[in-house]
Design a protein around this ligand. Structure first.
Ligand code: NAD
Length: 432
């Protein structure tokens, strides 16, 4: 099939490359010229495992191309995906400016029947808005489809190639058939293609993210109660997870959720529920708990040191989660800003996010070239992101390098008893 994907970010690039991998002809469009020029030369602007190879192969075979010329891409395509950002507006709502701009440009460019697919995460009612914008600009027939994306950064290709489900909001049979055919190769293992109305498809994406964010905040509160009462959240978690009605995913306490999706999607769901005169009580609390959880790590450091002024604090992990370089709304930002505000000197290491971090902190922190460099001379180490390479460090070497063997583990990646035996002062989340 002939496909255009507008917006070549974390979602658009993965989606475009994966559709090409399944034999479709894909043109990826972005209005960021530098990004497109880089992609035309094989430079991948983000870190996502497996993506570089996938893009290279499909470019070489001529199925995947990159351009800034939206009109030509649209004219050459039967299906156009809108995968641009929907950032958080000032009042918490999803900002639809990019989506609606692209819809208008697509409408002006199309030359025959086109399926316009909302891939971006958009509030309920957006498919109708897109339909209106398009209708005003063209006399050609078209369908608007809502096809929210559920991939996880860090495992995006695997998630897209083998989805748990494909959700399609479509209100006419022609578009439904085209979307079913497009996704058929991705669902051969039995994953369902769920066809529904656009409003339900739009809400399904927010509901999934809000549910996951709720689990995170819930477990963070359980961990805080463990801290207060001397229980062990690992034991509690395993007992809870063994209940098949609950399951084991997303039950790990930590320093709060971040990323480009949960914070903004929780806010947007709160906002559009409120616009519909519904106060989403649980979700308000999920957000409050998450903010408090990020601050809690700083409170633990305050309690340990009294004053952090002049202290050298090593930080492991800057990305909002492992296997990505994305730092949008990362807890590391709150924690590092808090450390800097208290007068600490921060030496941070992340395997992939250093360049992104430079754009955020500039010269206010030291960018260590490796994990051991970050802790050399440190009064404490704070672990913010659980990259696998942090899981089995040489503790004896760390002890020799650090000024004091103190670790604040925001991701519970070590065993408290082992750490005690090794002579570390070890603080984790919800474990005695
Ligand atoms: P991103 O910021 O990485 O990418 C968006 C891209 O769109 C950028 O490259 C930008 O230059 C481009 N763009 C903006 N306006 C444009 C225009 N008018 N014409 C052409 N290109 C334009 O964002 P992302 O993380 O890929 O997210 C995109 C959407 O997908 C969002 O709605 C997000 O909520 C949703 N989503 C993201 C994830 C994720 O893990 N990142 C997962 C599921 C859904």
């Amino acid at each position: 099939m002939k496909i255009a994907v507008i917006g070549t970010g974390y979602v658009g690039l993965v989606v475009g490359a994966c559709f090409a991998e399944n034999g479709n002809d894909v043109i990826c469009v972005d209005n960021d010229q530098t990004k497109v020029r880089g992609l035309q030369r094989g430079r991948i602007p983000i870190y996502e495992p497996g993506l570089e190879e996938l893009v290279r192969r499909n470019r070489a075979e001529g199925r995947l191309t990159f351009t800034t010329a939206l009109d030509r891409a649209v004219r050459a395509s039967q299906i156009v995906f809108i995968a641009v950002g929907t950032p958080m507006g000032e009042d918490g709502s999803a900002d639809l400016q990019h989506v609606l701009d692209v819809a208008r440009d697509v409408a002006r460019a199309m030359k025959g029947y086109t399926v316009i697919v909302d891939k971006s995460t958009v509030p309920v009612g957006t498919a109708n808005k897109v339909r209106e914008v398009v209708r005003l600009q063209t006399t050609h027939p078209f369908s608007v489809v809502s096809n929210p994306e559920f991939l996880k950064q860090g495992a995006a290709i695997e998630d897209f190639m083998k989805p748990d489900r494909v959700v399609i909001g479509a209100e006419d049979p022609r578009a439904t058939d085209i979307m079913k055919e497009l996704y058929a190769p991705f669902t051969r293992t039995g994953a369902p293609i769920m066809i529904m109305d656009c409003a339900s498809a739009e809400l399904a994406k927010y509901a999934a993210n809000a549910m996951l964010a709720t689990r995170v905040s819930f477990m963070n509160e359980i961990a805080n109660v463990c801290d207060a009462l001397g229980a062990d959240v690992d034991q509690v978690r395993m007992a809870v997870a063994s209940d098949r009605r609950i399951g084991s995913s997303f039950l790990f306490p930590g320093v709060g959720y971040g990323g480009s999706c949960f914070p903004k999607d929780v806010k947007a769901l709160l906002r559009f529920s409120q616009d519909a005169r519904y106060e989403f009580g649980i979700l308000r609390a999920v957000e409050t708990v998450n903010e408090a959880q990020k601050a809690r790590m700083l409170m633990k450091l305050d309690a340990h040191f009294g004053s952090l002024k002049g202290r050298h604090i090593g930080v492991w992990g800057l990305a909002f989660k492992p296997k990505t370089d994305d730092m949008r709304e990362a807890p590391s930002i709150t924690i590092i800003n808090g450390l800097l505000a208290r007068g600490a000197n921060v030496h941070a290491f992340d395997p992939e996010a250093e360049q992104v971090a430079r754009g955020i902190f500039g010269s206010r922190i030291v960018y260590a070239p490796g994990s051991y460099d970050a802790v050399t001379g440190a009064d404490a180490l704070v672990i913010v992101t659980e990259w696998s390479e942090f899981r089995r460090p040489d503790f004896a070497r760390m002890k020799r390098l650090m000024r004091a063997p103190v670790i604040f583990d925001g991701r519970n990646i070590y065993n408290p008893a082992t750490m005690r035996a090794l002579g570390f002062t070890y603080h984790s989340v919800g474990r005695p």
